[in-house]
Design a binder for this molecule. Sequence first.
Ligand SMILES: [Zn+2]
Length: 224
Amino acid sequence: MNRFQYPNILLKTKRILKELGCGIIKRDNKHFIFLHELIYRHHRYIEKVGKGVKYFRIKMTKIDNTEFELQIRRKSNPEEIEEYGKYKYESFDWKYCATGFKKSDLAVASTRVIALYRFTFKIKNKDENGNWTCKYCNKITNNTKEIHTDHIYPQCELLKDFCRNRNDIPTKFDKEKYTNETKFRNEDFNFHKEWVDYHNKNVKFQLLCKECNLKKGTKIIVPI
Ligand SMILES: [Zn+2]
């Protein structure tokens, strides 16, 4: 076990997020303290929390709508007020907090730019009744949250193949203005564009239900 007691904390976090569902989590919620302790594991805790957590917000991630995103609502610092108003939402990576492992910036930025293509595959692969079928267990659902688009050959391996023998692999990244998500810099547009083309040409997707996809677990995480 490492200092984060992975994987117990990860399982507990997933269970609590599922129980809470989307919405605002205030101090009177019985899980508020757990969420607060979770963020304390982040190496930029002080910067994230600022003058204190007003409340937490749980959302579904934007494009694929299959994962929870956890945000903090906190007071803006004086230099942030003009841009964000009195309070600011701050995203934090709850999986990193729970496990001590973080995806590389390159992996995050690369995932972001292929997300729409991945989502399009899902939409195009509904059957005539508007349902999806899990390739592994044949479960049928019309709920987009229950079905995941999985890379048969893992995306991280595709990215590694793509990066092989390139000398323009980005080492610096930009942040999205409001969500703080990592993205490619304009200077790296050539890499960005060629990666998307390479990915879309070589990828093989399959549709898996949430349970089968979690069991398959191909997401590669690198130690921080
Ligand atoms: Zn399944």
